[in-house]
Design a protein around this ligand. Structure first.
Ligand SMILES: Nc1ncnc2c1ncn2[C@@H]1O[C@H](COP(=O)(O)OP(=O)(O)OP(=O)(O)O)[C@@H](O)[C@H]1O
Length: 354
């Protein structure tokens, strides 16, 4: 069968209006991914960040040819995902959310089977398995059945399976979900080491804010099937959130809010969004707590305190914080990603990765 030639001029991933709908209950339609248009450059580490159900996995499943788009186009490694899925698959690795490894097989057998599935010779497979077992620290478990492994060890086997074909591009769907914090940290160390060693492009999904913040060079914030922001984590925080100042003072709550709001607006904050609440009712000092977003809290906070005192308010407490990606999500959607993640946390798997 004749294949189209790869488009060598396009970036490693290019999507144009990629769209996916599912049939929901009672004749409804679920739009899982809405008009995804993006380019991903070779060698980059990009994260889709969003709550459960935002459309992250569906995006990955379309790009890995596991799911056909309802409309739109995409090329991956220069090949069209709909016209040339086999060519795409030959060049990518995909590590899904569920363990790919069979429970009764020995780890080594799983890896060998993956090698033959991808058309590697037995010698190539042997060499690749030896290398990956070493890099991923699987030496102690390679001859054990997968069912005996801890959560962290299984995740490393999943990664080995994804890497057997030696992909240029690796897709990871929530690589660390369900792992304890120590295993997550180890897994990330490993992912970054693998990236350096094999020079891979990585596209991953996560709902962990710290992962996107610490490791991704580019963060696409996704909500309800749509990319609602696309920048570096630093850029997102600087442009969409701003620093946060919290001040508790006595006197008229309206007046305190107005003063804080004026200070924030004067600082050029994109969205001062003042929130006022009575201070802790058990605190005998009482007062009103107001939180605002500002540009440059170190400059604005002293001025704000002076303004409040000048208007007769006694400042009881004052605090400022640098923005987080949760602040970005909050300012984009009015919801906290951290709270959503906490209410939908999967049961933790036990066992630490090395
Ligand atoms: N096969 C399917 N049939 C019907 N609806 C689906 C199917 N797969 C996904 N969906 C729906 O599409 C939406 C997006 O789901 P998706 O799994 O892509 O989200 P996600 O951001 O990856 O979330 P999670 O972190 O939970 O995997 C959700 O509303 C989900 O219920």
């Amino acid at each position: 069968m004749a294949h189209n030639l790869p488009d060598m001029t396009s970036p490693i991933i290019r999507t144009e209006g990629l769209h996916k709908q599912f049939a929901g209950k009672n004749g409804t339609t679920i739009t899982a991914v809405k008009d995804l248009t993006m380019d991903v450059e070779e060698g980059s580490l990009t994260a889709f960040l969003g709550p459960n159900g935002a459309g992250k996995s569906t995006s990955l499943r379309m790009l890995t040819t596991l799911l056909a788009p309802t409309s739109g186009n995409a090329t991956v490694c220069g090949f069209d995902i709909t016209r040339d899925p086999a060519q795409v698959r030959a060049r990518i690795g995909y590590i899904g959310q569920k363990n790919g490894a069979g429970l009764y097989q020995r780890v080594r057998d799983e890896l060998d089977i993956q090698g033959s599935l991808y058309g590697l010779t037995s010698r190539q497979t042997r060499e690749r398995v030896t290398e990956l077992v070493d890099v991923l620290g699987l030496g102690e478990v390679v001859d054990q059945p997968t069912m005996k492994l801890s959560g962290g060890q299984r995740r490393r086997v999943d990664i080995a399976l994804g890497l057997i074909p030696g992909p240029r591009l690796l897709f990871l769907d929530e690589p660390s979900t369900g792992l304890d914090p120590q295993s997550r940290a180890h897994l990330w160390e490993l992912v970054l080491r693998l990236r350096e060693r094999y020079g891979m492009t990585l596209l991953l999904t996560t709902h962990y804010l710290d992962e996107a913040d610490n490791f991704a060079e580019r963060v696409l914030v996704v909500d309800h099937g749509e990319v609602i922001a696309d920048d570096t984590a630093t850029g997102l925080k600087a442009n969409l959130a701003g620093d946060r100042i919290t001040v508790t003072a006595t006197g008229s709550p309206d007046d305190i809010t107005a003063i804080a709001s004026r200070a924030a607006t004067a600082s050029g904050a994109p969205d001062p969004d003042p929130r006022t609440a009575p201070a802790d009712p058990t605190d005998p000092a009482g007062g009103t707590e107001v939180t605002v977003r500002v540009n440059g809290a170190d400059r604005i906070l002293p001025a704000l305190l002076r303004d409040l005192e000048a208007r007769g308010h006694t400042v009881l407490r004052a605090d400022s914080a640098r923005p987080t990606l949760d602040d970005v999500f909050l300012s984009l959607t009015g919801r906290s990603l951290r709270e959503e993640a906490e209410t939908t946390t999967e049961p933790a798997l036990t066992g630490a990765a090395r």
